[in-house]
Design a binder for this molecule. Structure first.
Ligand SMILES: [Zn+2]
Length: 142
């Protein structure tokens, strides 16, 4: 039995604009308010709906970030800025190149060989957080 490559491959802007950050902050605030109001959250990985008493998806084991501390736009914006502080990630487990299809965009991969456990590299963890945030689309990271 051999190892498998496990990673994230994303496309995003070379530099995230202030407009994108504001859009992501608004979306994050709406998401946080909806979760508090409904006392539930939707798994970013498989779409299952979970109650607030758990932060781990019972269907797929995915860990959900508690957004209940995000109560206003300023907090949401700070959260988004922290989320993208390392964008584009530049760690030993990351490789990237300019997109040949769109000027100003980059293609980023982060990952590692895995024997079943999740890669622990900083680049992989950074991309995982961004992609699980629920606001990657607003940031232009797909
Ligand atoms: Zn799930």
């Amino acid at each position: 039995m051999g190892a498998d490559m496990s990673g994230y491959l994303v496309v995003g802007p070379r530099k995230i604009t202030e407009k994108s950050i504001r859009k992501a902050a608004s979306a994050l605030l709406r998401k946080a308010k909806a979760e508090v109001k409904s006392s539930s959250w939707t798994c970013e990985n498989c779409g299952a709906v979970m109650t607030m008493d758990t932060s781990v998806c019972k269907s797929c084991g995915y860990e959900h970030e508690d957004l209940s501390s995000i109560g206003d736009l300023l907090t949401a914006k700070a959260h988004v800025e922290q989320l993208i502080a390392d964008w584009p990630p530049d760690y030993r487990d990351v490789t990237s190149r300019s997109s040949p299809f769109s000027k100003g965009q980059i293609i980023v991969f982060a990952g590692d060989m895995s024997w079943g456990d999740e890669p622990s590299g900083a680049g992989y963890q950074t991309l995982k957080r961004i992609m699980a945030s629920g606001v990657s689309k607003e940031l232009g990271i797909l």
